[in-house]
Design a protein around this ligand. Structure first.
Ligand SMILES: Nc1nc2c(ncn2[C@@H]2O[C@H](COP(=O)(O)OP(=O)(O)OP(=O)(O)O)[C@@H](O)[C@H]2O)c(=O)[nH]1
Ligand SMILES: [Mg+2]
Ligand SMILES: [Zn+2]
Length: 294
């Protein structure tokens, strides 16, 4: 019996990275019986290894540190949220949803704005994005795979970690990975000029080794995301820039909505916290409460 990590799963086969290479493994029936769906990123035990054919049987999924639903992957350290400056134009609403889900799992967040070589529709957009996210303190990297901009700083954030790219289709996740690891040649796709959307070129999540102990997952892009699994009371902890001020709120249970003496809202009024981030917070809170009430 050996231990390894699933780096890819395609139609019932799991590709497990072992000391002497990649093994194509079939899952044991017991996994289905126990309703365990092995995920990319899972540590597993494998048996029946055939070193020549590079095949084996997946016996058991080892306990997970964490698990993301979208993209579906287990045991990651950090999420690199990728959006593009143009084609498709950036959705900061989607970005904030991904941030919330990552924060709720205690994952590190890195913001990557790709296609920095393109002229954004609104010329003040770059400054705006910087202003909005500065109070939260997330690393913010502007990249271009066409002009080789920001690739080194992005590569540096990966050292010794398991990272996952998360973001819409067509923003350039696979292109970024190709830039990070020359020779990789992942398939990339055009963005439809008419509807300004990617064509879902990447179909499967796949972990790729980009340096010693540094892994990064390329994933299929997605258009929308729901954050239903978050407890409404926990949402305020997923907005990092609120945290330094919440102890000054009049009520310790303050949800920063309509309560009097709210220090977070005061910081929104004074411009220390971005109005847009706060608006998204209120909007997410409303959605979560509606869901709870059914
Ligand atoms: N101008 C410009 N185009 C880019 C850049 N990076 C990627 N592209 C283009 O954007 C398109 C989509 O790139 P992909 O890498 O396939 O995007 P993706 O995020 O992997 O998309 P999915 O796999 O569908 O989720 C391709 O035509 C790329 O050539 C960039 O930095 N600048
Ligand atoms: Mg892709
Ligand atoms: Zn408050």
């Amino acid at each position: 019996m050996e231990e390894g990590r699933i780096i890819k799963g395609i139609s019932g086969f799991y590709y497990v990275s072992l000391k002497d290479g990649l093994y194509e493994c079939k899952g044991r029936g017991i996994l289905r019986k126990d309703k365990i769906k092995p995920l990319v990123g899972d540590w597993v035990t494998v048996s029946n290894l055939d070193a020549r054919e590079k095949t084996g049987t997946l016996e058991k999924v080892l306990p997970r540190n964490n698990q993301l639903k979208r993209p579906e992957i287990a045991n990651v350290d950090q999420v690199i949220i990728v959006i593009s400056l143009k084609n498709p134009s950036p959705s900061l609403m989607l970005m904030d949803k991904i941030i919330v889900l990552a924060e709720d799992l205690g994952l590190k967040v890195i913001l990557c704005i790709n296609k920095a070589d393109l002229e954004p529709e609104d010329s003040s957009m770059i400054e705006e994005i910087k202003e909005i996210y500065k109070p939260a303190g997330y690393p913010l990297i502007f990249t271009s795979t066409k002009k080789e901009q920001g690739i080194d700083p992005l590569r540096k954030t990966l050292k010794g970690k398991v990272s996952v790219f998360s973001g819409p289709s067509g923003v350039g996740k696979s292109s970024l990975l190709n830039a990070i690891k020359p020779g990789l040649k992942l398939k990339t796709g055009e963005v439809s000029a008419r509807i300004q959307r990617g064509k879902h070129t990447t179909r499967h999540t796949e972990l790729i080794l980009v340096g010693k102990d540094s892994w990064i997952a390329d994933t299929p892009g997605f258009g929308n995301l729901d954050i239903d699994e978050i407890q409404p009371e926990n949402l305020r902890f997923c907005f990092r820039e609120f945290l330094p001020y919440m102890e000054n709120c009049k009520f310790t249970s303050c949800l920063h909505l309509k309560e009097p003496g709210c220090a977070v809202k005061a910081k929104v009024s004074s411009g220390t916290i971005s109005q847009q981030r706060y608006d998204h917070y209120v909007q997410f809170m409303t959605t979560l409460n509606e869901k709870r009430r059914g």
